[in-house]
Design a protein around this ligand. Structure first.
Ligand SMILES: Cc1cc2nc3c(=O)[nH]c(=O)nc-3n(C[C@H](O)[C@H](O)[C@H](O)COP(=O)(O)O)c2cc1C
Length: 407
């Protein structure tokens, strides 16, 4: 059976109107309490008008301790917030589009100055980028976080989300548990000796969500197929993870890459946006022009050595491999920019769905354009300045189109 872009397709127990998905994209449109504002609702309404099969929200915290470091993150950790999210799901459901919320806890990938809480992780190993030695989560604390994930999923269902996505990629807490070189625990949440991965945390989150929301409430998982650590996640580990997710019968698996320790390799840029980084990134910001010039001259050539440049469909090989080992729908994300690339991946059976992030930032109506012109090419030039600006007080936007209002 040849898969087409614009045909109905099943994801979990949901019927999507087509095989295009807007992948999770941080919005930066919520207040200090994680309450989404009017811009958030407007954004999702606008995305829904373009009629992708589904939309996945930006990373949303399940507890204030689990916030990311970027300002303006949405959070769904309490019942009181349901009406705010309900407004958004109602707006999306005016169109034939499904809406998923991405739920996450950051673990070691955040800063105390951003969350107001000590940084805690699966182990005492710090993230090279965030550079704060995490306190090791106790077994009781882990069980509390599992409960918070299930509460948040329950509020998501009550808010009208068609399903949730658990962020188990990009180095966030679930990924930290899975990763054999980050997780060095000796308790039950350590590495499963047979599997070689730390799956119990994710396993218990899935089970608990099913108890609270029902077995049929769709759960998508976003994973990283590989990463850039010296001791990196191997192909063998990746296959074991796919088998584990297959055994859990999750509704779909989206396959991305990497961790925030090498964040540019998650997105991949055509050219490193070094001036934007030195101007806005809280870890690299250099205000003094002379020092900035010296940094660019002396340090940048070495620092940039590990950065992988943009190439089209750069994670597709992971999706293709996964598809050989599971019948669960596989979503490929990373570097899809043209109708031809999307159609080829689907018609060759390399993925069941294609998700995109940056093309939707510059053109929220990307699916409509592709529907009108099967050869359409996204206007995104992969400058990735949108990703750098996530760290600022500006909401996520395309900088090629000019800067917008501050949050
Ligand atoms: C501005 C920006 C924000 C992002 N926010 C998230 C996020 O909240 N959650 C997530 O899992 N991935 C996030 N990503 C990663 C994307 O979902 C996607 O995996 C990556 O950008 C590759 O897809 P693309 O080539 O279509 O942009 C973000 C990427 C960008 C550029």
């Amino acid at each position: 059976m040849i898969m087409e872009i614009f045909e109905p397709a099943v994801l979990g127990n949901l019927q999507l109107s087509n095989r295009l998905i807007r992948s999770a994209t941080f919005e930066g449109m919520s207040d200090a309490n994680g309450i989404p504002g009017d811009d958030y609702i407007k954004l999702y309404s606008q995305l829904a008008q373009g009629k992708p099969g589904a939309i996945i929200t930006g990373v949303t915290y399940i507890s204030p301790e689990g916030k990311v470091m970027h300002p303006g993150q949405a959070g769904l950790e309490s019942e009181e917030k349901i009406p705010y999210f309900r407004k958004m799901t109602d707006a999306v459901h005016k169109y034939p589009v499904k809406i998923f919320i991405q739920l996450s806890h950051s673990g070691r990938q955040t800063r105390m100055s951003s969350t107001g809480f000590p940084v805690k992780g699966v182990s005492g190993k710090k993230s090279a980028y965030f550079n704060e030695i995490p306190e090791v989560l106790s077994t009781n604390e882990i069980e509390k976080i599992i409960e918070q994930f299930s509460d948040s999923a329950f509020y998501s269902k009550q808010s009208g989300f068609d399903g949730i996505q658990l962020l188990a990629s990009h180095g966030y807490l679930i990924h930290q548990f899975l990763h054999p070189f980050i997780n060095d625990r000796n308790d039950i949440y350590g590495i499963d000796p047979e599997l070689g991965l730390g799956t119990l945390f994710l396993n218990n989150i899935i089970d608990r969500i099913r108890e609270r929301c029902g077995d049929d409430y769709p759960i998508l998982i976003k994973i990283s197929g590989g990463d850039d650590y010296k001791k990196s996640f191997s192909e063998e580990m990746f296959l074991k993870l796919i088998k584990f997710l297959d055994s859990k019968k999750v509704s779909g698996v989206e396959i991305s890459y990497g961790t925030m320790d090498h964040a540019l390799n998650i997105f991949r840029c055509s050219r490193i946006p070094i001036d934007t980084i030195l101007e806005y990134n809280p870890m690299y910001r250099i205000k003094n022009r002379v020092l900035r010039g010296l940094w660019k001259l002396l340090i940048y050539p070495f620092a940039s050595g590990s950065v992988i440049r943009f190439t089209p469909v750069y994670n597709l090989r992971y999706a293709e491999t996964a598809k050989k080992h599971t019948s669960i729908p596989i979503i490929s994300v990373g570097g899809f920019r043209t109708g031809v690339e999307i159609r080829d991946a689907l018609s060759r059976g390399q993925a069941d769905f294609i998700s995109l992030c940056r093309p939707f930032i510059i053109e929220p109506d990307f699916p409509e354009k592709l529907r009108e012109n099967p050869y359409y090419r996204s206007l995104c030039i992969n400058c990735s300045r949108c990703a750098i600006m996530v760290d600022t007080e500006y909401p996520t936007q395309c900088l090629e189109k000019g800067e917008g209002e501050k949050k």
